[in-house]
Design a protein around this ligand. Structure first.
Ligand code: F6R
Length: 366
């Protein structure tokens, strides 16, 4: 059942090209230059007339929600707020029937997320679910929704569920952006073409496993790690840190790169590895200067860069290259090396990667 892999996590990491393709199926119709999603078409007015979209989720799914905030605002120009379901539900939040709430949940059973959508419904909001498990409580409770077609995710640490959540949310953002004309036909077409290339690019990235493993070997005994990214890749930094914490038990923090100088920079010395996402489109020059600040304090830099990069390569201790794509789509690629890195560090430390201590696959209690 592990398909020849040592554990479910590794299998699920490697299933991502297929999982993303399955999530595209019947939806991403590049030849017809359209995205077909009846759950959006049937409720188009609710989305296009929404005052704002409120995204509720927990954990990794919340990170997918943060990526979606950048996607919806950039591609469809719809204001978005992203909330931890546990905070949202107890805050006496302001919700009206002009709001659209999107709940993101792999399991569809997370207690706080379920309670948040019940609250939103009671205030008249339209509630849309992005779930993986078919027929789950959240899928049933929402007014409409779209499934990620990741297939069963057994490993406790979420991998393919995250990338397929981002896939669905990108399709929705593109569809809405086309519908409200935030995106020209030409720009929309280009996104569809670039989206279609993602599964192959993920496949290509999975082949650098040995390189990532060699980096893992260098940093596996670190006590603390930092993950930095900006824009679309800020949430990827948070997710990278979470993945390392949960399966290796190494303390890690994710930050927007520019926040460094507001505190975390005090932590940096020669024992601190810093994983930085520095793809060529997203605020590249600014990230480069963040990297220089870290190097000046003797921190170790492991940079995720775009293929062919030379500027960061010159100053970083290690680089990991991702294939070129649109900036908005980079999270689907930059996530992959961080999954592999956490995986290898955890295995080298003898951890049970599929069932990390103290964690459960679905959190059905608050
Ligand atoms: C992290 C992880 C958790 C879940 C969180 C939400 O790898 O698995 O942080 O993402 O418990 O779970 P779902 O998506 O099932 O609502």
């Amino acid at each position: 059942e592990k398909g020849g892999y040592e554990n479910f996590m590794l299998k699920e990491i490697h299933e991502q090209p297929k999982a993303i393709t399955d999530t595209f199926r019947g939806r991403l119709l590049a030849e017809e230059n359209m995205i077909k999603m009846s759950s959006i078409e049937d409720n188009l007015d609710r989305f296009l007339n929404a005052n704002r979209i409120i995204i509720v989720a927990c954990g990794t799914s919340w990170h997918a929600g943060l990526v979606a905030e950048y996607l919806f605002e950039d591609l469809a120009r719809i204001p978005v707020e992203v909330e931890y379901a546990s905070e949202f539900r107890y805050r006496n939040p302001i919700i009206t029937d002009k709001d659209v709430v999107i709940a993101i949940s792999q399991s569809g059973e997370t207690a706080d997320t379920l309670a948040a959508i019940k609250l939103a419904k009671s205030k008249g909001a339209f509630v849309y679910g992005v779930c993986n498990v078919v027929g789950s409580s959240i899928a049933r409770e929402t007014d409409s929704g779209a499934y990620t077609h990741a297939g069963p995710e057994i490993g406790v640490a979420s991998t393919k569920a995250f990338t397929t959540q981002i896939t669905v949310l990108t399709l929705i953002a593109l569809k809405l952006g086309k519908a409200n004309k935030s995106l020209s036909d030409e720009v929309f077409k280009n996104y569809l073409d670039k989206m279609q290339m993602i599964p192959k690019q993920v496949e290509q990235l999975l082949k650098i496993d040995e390189h990532v493993k060699s980096i893992a070997a260098v940093y596996k005994d670190s006590k603390n790690c930092l993950y930095l990214g900006r824009g679309f890749n800020f949430p990827v930094a948070l997710e990278g840190a979470l993945k390392l914490k949960e399966i290796s038990y190494i303390h890690a923090e994710g930050y927007p790169a520019a926040e460094m100088k507001h505190g975390p920079i005090a932590l940096i010395d020669e024992n601190m590895p810093i994983f930085v996402i520095a793809t060529n489109k997203g605020h590249y020059e600014k990230v480069v200067s963040n990297i220089q600040e870290i190097k000046a304090r003797a921190g170790k830099i492991i940079a995720v860069v775009t293929e062919g990069d030379t500027q960061v390569r010159d100053i970083a201790d290690h680089v990991i290259e991702i294939p070129d794509t649109e900036e908005a789509l980079t999270p689907l690629l930059t996530t992959i090396p961080f999954q592999l890195l956490s995986y290898h560090i955890a295995v080298m430390l003898g951890r049970n990667v599929d069932q990390p201590r103290n964690l459960a696959k679905s959190v059905t209690v608050e």
